[in-house]
Design a protein around this ligand. Structure first.
Ligand code: SF4
Length: 488
């Protein structure tokens, strides 16, 4: 049976996952929008990196004719082509495509491009497997490189590819893995001829990436289980699981919970929330009217488009602001940048005029908003004083929850807005994210990052309206949470 490099890496992660892929009809989990966006980002970065070695010839991808791709690769190598993109090889039960294959120093060098910002262990498995396949195919590969993004690059003017990308020589690591790769390849091939391996769930399910058979393999885990215990390290979760403990109500006597976990266990036992009014009151009395409920949306991209932007920098492009006055009046203000320009200058100007000059600024997980505001201050020094002056006014609405003021069994060990809202307001149609086209921050990020590529003005306008609806809901939700806590 032929293994591609991604199948080989899957087998290294978990042989059962590879067996299910090759030998079963068990459906795989569908990639969510974020994973889909990461695949697309990978392709985009791969194409861009070719310009590091211009003038090469691309083997056209044809999923119905891999044989043809392999023949074409062989023909171009034999005819003296120096640089190939997507060179394709198959030998000894292995199949691989190389992002860039280049004649160098009397032999060949193989470049594998990654959209990541550093070297990961699965990159080495990936590269070492490719090295083996191309060598077995008869290509004299002597050096192997991983090309990845350098996060410290800051764009100024034209894109500087040699600064955007880091080219890391991994030849020594790949050579050291030759025996391991050959033996794993033989082992996986033999495993695929037999019955499904008896492999239980474990930390390997999220090694390298989240396994797409998780829904199937994890189906015996109840919705509220020890895996939802607040901030319990993964190793401890699996050690409970290995002792046969699945439910929070079954925790053994020697389990030593932290403070929030003890509230979680109590709420689970009674099926009712735990309320500690003192902690809630301490938070509420620190707030000053008018209350500015504030939330940023950000996007990030591997290849910076604007001056002063770094790869994968969190770029604020939108905010929503609900202002609650002492007399009960509620105002809404919002901003969504023009997707074709750097969003930061207009956002700074509008934000500084929209926020009230006094009163608390309330965010949910304020560290994120404060972090972006500090970056904006560095970006625009002329407004730095005003921007940094906002920082001390921030209050964090997660504090009453994280501080143990209120725990609901429905939180399932998480205080994210997406966990808290359905538990507190199960029947509030105004707070239903499911009714929205954009339902979470990841979707908002992807929608905005690709919006400038959308050519249909009507579709652009719709996406912009969807973004506004989503962000508005986040701050409206905060207002409702505040009122709920106040009501306690
Ligand atoms: S979910 Fe875990 S145990 Fe199941 S196939 Fe994937 S990695 Fe293996």
């Amino acid at each position: 049976m032929i293994l591609s490099k991604s199948q080989f890496v899957r087998g290294v992660k978990c042989p059962k996952s590879l067996w299910l892929l090759k030998n079963s009809d068990v459906p795989r989990d569908v990639p969510d929008e974020g994973q889909q966006a990461r695949f697309e980002t990978g392709h985009l970065v791969g194409r861009l990196a070719r310009d590091l070695f211009p003038g090469g010839r691309e083997i056209p991808f044809n999923p119905d004719d891999f044989e043809g791709m392999i023949r074409q690769t062989r023909a171009w190598i034999d005819s003296g082509v120096d640089t190939l993109y997507e060179a394709t090889a198959q030998a000894n039960g292995g199949f691989a495509m190389a992002d860039i294959l280049r004649r160098e120093g009397g032999g060949w060098a193989l470049y594998e491009v990654k959209a990541a910002t550093g070297l990961k262990d699965y990159h080495l498995y990936d590269a070492a497997f490719q090295f083996k396949v191309f060598r077995d195919f008869g290509v004299d590969v002597r050096r192997v490189f991983i090309v990845h993004i350098d996060r410290s690059y800051v764009r100024h003017g034209d894109l500087a590819l040699r600064k955007l990308f880091t080219v890391e020589d991994v030849t020594a690591q790949v050579l050291a893995m030759r025996e391991e790769i050959a033996s794993r390849h033989r082992g996986l091939a033999a495993m695929l001829e037999g019955e499904m391996p008896d492999r239980d769930i474990g930390p390997h399910c999220s090694r390298f990436y989240d396994c797409d058979y998780a829904s199937w393999c994890w189906r015996h885990i109840p919705e509220r289980s020890v895996f939802g215990l607040y901030r319990l390290p993964g190793s401890k979760k699996f050690s409970l699981y290995d002792r046969g403990v699945l439910k929070i109500g079954e925790l053994p006597g020697d389990f030593n919970p932290n403070f929030i976990q003890s509230l979680q266990i109590a709420a689970e036992e009674t099926g009712r929330p735990v309320v500690r009014r003192g902690a809630i009151r301490a938070f509420l009395t620190g707030l000053r009217f008018p209350l500015n409920f504030f939330d940023f949306e950000t996007f990030m991209e591997p290849v910076p488009r604007f001056d002063g932007q770094r790869p994968y920098q969190q770029m604020p492009f939108q905010y929503s602001l609900h202002i609650l006055h002492a007399d009960g009046r509620l105002e809404h203000r919002e901003f969504l940048a023009d997707e074709t320009r750097d969003p930061r200058p207009p956002l700074i100007a509008r934000m500084l005029s929209d926020l009230t000059p006094e009163g608390s600024i309330i965010a949910y997980n304020k560290g994120f908003e404060i972090g972006r505001i500090r970056e904006l201050a560095t970006f625009e020094p002329a407004r730095a004083r005003e921007l940094l002056g906002l920082v001390d006014r921030f209050a964090d609405l997660i504090v009453p929850f994280r501080g143990g003021g209120f725990y609901h069994p429905g939180f399932n060990g998480s205080f994210s807005l997406k966990s808290v809202l359905p538990a507190l307001f199960p029947d509030d149609p105004e707070l239903s994210y499911q009714a929205l086209a954009i339902r979470d921050g990841g979707m908002a990020m992807t929608a905005y990052a690709t919006l400038h590529l959308e050519e249909d003005p009507a579709e652009r306008a719709k996406i912009r309206a969807d973004l506004l609806s989503y962000c508005r809901l986040d701050t409206l939700a905060m207002v409702k949470i505040y009122k709920f806590l106040n009501g306690l």
